[in-house]
Design a protein. Sequence first.
Length: 353
Amino acid sequence: LSRFVQKAAVIALSRFFEKSLTMKRTSFIVLQIACVFHVHGFLENKTKMNACMQARDPGPCRASVPSWYFDAYDLVCKPFIYGGCQGNSNRFESKTACEATCSRFIGMKNTTATCMKKPDSGPCRAYILRWYYDHHHRVCKMFVYGGCQGNGNSFATEEKCRATCMPTSTDQGTCSADPKPRPCTARAQLWYFDHEENLCLRFTPGFCGSTVNKFPTCRKCMMRCSSADAHKACSLAYKKIHYGKYGIKWPGEMEPRVRGPSSLMDNLNGMAKPSLGFSGDSGHVVGNTGLGSSNSNLSPIAGGPTKGAYGGLPVPAPGLTGPISNNGQGRPNIGSSPSWPSPGAHPPRLGVS
């Protein structure tokens, strides 16, 4: 009898576990199907949203196909003639189909629709640094505007971008903030965004930023503050850090050099070199900048900005490896005689990635 009971119990338990396993498998399959439908629906909605934000495109062909498109400026569906080939997704057979796809944008505030657009440099080739709102990351970033056409998601300053597209945000304007370097003992080298260059630069050794404009790596700095390709931009920034005739050179270094703590710089360079260090106090101009010169005359200018000896270019603030403002004219290299950019020259164009 006991053997019979044991056998019956084993059979019952086997069937129970078999049913449980089947139920688990069924539940797993159901969840997989649900995820597929959810992802498909999400991608479909995202595609529709992107279609509504695209510009009208009749295509290169010469057919006459009556169609409709969504005007992201006026936030209404409008008719247009489609050429019959290519074009984009912002094309519908009827007004009803257009309104059904872009219903979420109809009646929306114009500023909201503007802030959802991608940055558009336009067809012209000027080099104008502007700001746009990145609605995916919910931050304002810099991009290069060509000077004509484009769209409304283009602002002269980060502050105007934030005021238009982030009116309730507590963001302090990270990328356009003054880095305000200060001496520190941190070993990690931090980076700051130079909003006059659309490029991230490294703090001078022995200095750290005292504002929100500081980042642990060049890549994080560029991805937060600019639409430019972070890899290319950071490669350019790292190439500017090299060993020269007088020791380590940093991005944007010019003559005279504004030094960090002398003991730290001497240890880094590891050799005797001509005196390049000056006080760098705001309101002074360097009178003599010859390499190896031990005497340099500093004359005060009341209320004036710090200026270098070459064409009025600004001397970097102590702790920065480049001036925040140089009007796009580049910086001379102290390892050789200064080379002057041609009139109208500007830094390499870093467009939308």
